[in-house]
Design a protein. Structure first.
Length: 629
């Protein structure tokens, strides 16, 4: 940086030098000297003085006679060259320096009044403490009046369950007071290095550390602390907000703070009426290697300053609810989650996860979901933020009132499926729903479908409008597509609630003609094909009994229960049934996409997946395939 800034600076001075300009070469040298002795980033000034001297000797000239304009031009040049907006040069013929009286030199009574007036405290609902500090007092004052301040203010606050620490109006203060404040929010056992301050005029570096012994009770490091900031928050208050935020000891809410400086001085340039304003000290956080200076402290949660208290209160309420939410989620998983062997690890991770930086209910839902996904690798087990979600909806068996009357039954079947024979003697059947089977229904279906299609050359099963139904009918339909002489295992269902495992195989006896295993089957899918429709398409692939053609399916989760966690907008979906295919693979209910070949391709892909070391649980997620035909 130094190397690129110096020539720029030199150019600037070249342009302003003139024997009869209002800014003499001697002043330029003096300004450079001030910078060299006071600017808090001396490393950026390397070589500057030599460069200026050379520029003077070579005698380039440009006249600016108006002094204010000259000051503006110089300011732009210095700021640009050193990339620091705090450096300014001003022309002020009437400037009278006023030094604010040092706080500690005030009469004791006045000082106490002043300090007390800059602090407000309150106890809000739910034992939430509220502490507003408008001026951070320095070390000297703190040591002198610590016990008095304790009695009147801190003692009340120390016993609250959580704290809103309002620094929105804190525009004055001393950096030396920062360690005191941080100390109240940390442990005495492990001292924390908060800040390193370099002061250029004294060429000294001071480290700020928390203090082992302080007056009064500590707030400790466990209870929630929310710091409020506004765009006016500046100086020492920014140091407090920055340190507590970066230490992850507090959440900051409000506006980005002003971006002040540790110390800025206005220095007269020789005996002229020009002044240069220079930041003479700088702060570096050992936590981040950076600083709150100039850029300010950005809040964890952005709201306009006016709304910060309300936001902080709602945030505290959310954070308060976390243990209960975690407990409730653990209960649901423990009771319903179908992968019982994954439950202990899930519960353990939920318990040990630190949700300390959660800033909203939605944020909490996202974190919880991440935790579940990490352990379960099960896309069906999810936690979502669902403000619109009303009640606990469970996926249950659909209401299948199959009519008894033979005429009505046929009419009912007509609404569920269509049968046709297409040119080329291709059979076509469209199922829009898998109805729970019964003897009567089976008989009617046999007539309507299997008798009608028995002599076709091949068969298209159209599931593009199929949104599910009962998975008990899957085995029946699949049985028609196999040779009944051979018993085949289609799939297995494990039901966590019943704690039962059911195998679904070729039925020993079916009504009507069997379609058999020889003729080609094509299954059509769409984005709308869902739940049991997807299971059917999946089985056709895993049994290598046909080709799936069409759009990727909807990926509708099957066999799960969704619960809204009481008092929140967080909902958990827990799968309580596992669908295990004929290869012993768990299908996690994701989208099915078409395949080109009913045999080799699907199988080949599965093997690739396993060889690549991907967990078996990923099986069934978007199998890539090129729909052809
Ligand atoms: C500042 O102090 C350091 C040692 O602490 C020294 O190496 C350095 O030369 C000093 N710089 C100036 C400009 O005095
Ligand atoms: C589930 O059933 C198996 C035997 O089939 C038994 O060993 C196990 O303890 C049962 N689990 C529960 C949670 O009831």
């Amino acid at each position: 940086m130094a190397h690129s800034t110096v020539p720029l600076l030199m150019m600037l001075f070249l342009c302003t030098l003139s024997s009869n300009s209002s800014f003499q070469p001697a002043l330029v040298l003096e300004m450079a000297k001030i910078l060299l002795e006071n600017y808090c980033f001396p490393e950026n000034l390397v070589g500057m003085q030599e460069a200026i001297q050379q520029a003077i000797n070579s005698g380039e000239i440009l006249q600016i006679s108006d002094r204010k304009t000259l000051a503006t031009v110089l300011t732009a040049g210095v700021q640009g060259a050193l990339n620091d907006p705090r450096l300014t040069i001003s022309y002020e013929p009437n400037f009278v320096p006023v030094m604010p009286p040092a706080l500690s030199s005030l009469p004791k009574e006045q000082l106490i009044r002043l300090v007390k007036n800059s602090v407000k405290s309150d106890i809000l609902e739910n034992n939430v403490g509220y502490l507003r500090i408008d001026r951070i007092i320095g070390e000297e004052t703190a040591v002198k009046f610590g016990s008095q301040l304790m009695e009147s203010i801190w003692d009340k606050i120390a016993h609250t369950s959580s704290l809103i620490f309002d620094l929105r109006y804190s525009t004055a203060g001393e950096l030396s007071g920062v360690p005191f404040i941080i100390s109240y929010f940390s442990d005495p056992e492990s001292l924390i290095h908060i800040d390193t301050v370099y002061d250029r005029p004294s060429n000294s570096t001071k480290e700020l550390w928390t203090i082992p012994s302080i007056v009064g009770e500590r707030y400790g490091k466990e209870k929630d602390v929310i710091i409020l900031t506004s765009r006016h928050t500046t100086g020492a208050a920014e140091a407090v907000a920055y340190a507590l935020k970066k230490l992850r000891r507090a959440i900051t809410v409000g506006e980005r703070s002003a971006g002040g400086s540790v110390k800025v001085q206005k220095i007269r340039i020789a005996q002229s009426k020009f002044y240069i304003t220079v930041p003479v000290a700088r702060s570096v956080s050992p936590i981040t290697g950076q600083s709150w200076e100039v850029t300010g402290v950005s809040p964890n949660v952005h709201v306009i300053a006016k709304e910060a208290v309300a936001k902080a209160k709602s945030l505290l309420a959310i954070r308060n609810s976390i243990p209960k939410v975690v407990q409730s989620i653990s209960d649901k998983i423990n009771r319903f989650y179908t992968f019982t062997e994954r439950v202990p690890a899930l519960l353990q991770l939920l318990e040990s996860t630190d949700f300390v930086s959660v800033v909203s209910e939605e944020d909490l839902a996202i974190r919880l979901n991440q935790v579940l996904q990490t352990v379960s690798e099960d896309p069906r087990l999810t936690i979502k933020y669902m403000p619109e979600y009303a009640a606990n909806v469970e996926e249950g068996p659909e209401d299948d009132r199959v009519p008894d009357d033979p005429g009505l039954l046929m009419e009912y079947i007509d609404t569920l499926l269509k049968v046709e024979i297409l040119p080329g003697n291709t059979g076509y059947v469209r199922f829009d729903k898998f109805v729970k089977s019964s003897a009567k229904l089976e008989e009617a279906m046999a007539k309507k479908v299997w008798v009608a299609l028995k002599d076709t050359a091949n068969l298209i099963i159209d599931l593009r409008y199929n949104t599910g139904g009962s998975s008990t009918s899957l085995a029946i339909i699949l049985s028609y597509l196999q040779d009944t002489s051979q018993k085949q295992h289609f799939f297995t269902i494990y039901d966590r609630i019943q704690n039962s495992t059911t195998e679904h195989n070729t039925l020993p006896k079916i009504t009507g003609p069997v379609y058999g295993s020889k003729r080609e089957i094509y299954v059509l899918t769409s984005y709308y094909t869902a739940s049991v429709g997807e299971e059917f398409a999946y089985l056709i692939q895993s049994l290598h009994r046909g080709t799936v053609i069409g759009e990727i399916t909807s990926g509708t989760l099957m066999h799960s229960k969704t619960f809204k966690i009481e008092g929140t907008n967080i909902a958990i979906t827990v799968p309580f049934i596992n669908f295990i295919d004929n290869n012993g693979e768990f299908w996690l209910g994701a989208k099915i996409s078409g395949t080109t070949s009913p045999t080799s391709k699907v199988h080949g892909e599965d093997e690739t997946i396993h060889n690549a070391g991907t967990p078996a649980t990923l099986k069934g997620r978007e199998k890539a395939g090129v729909p052809a035909l």
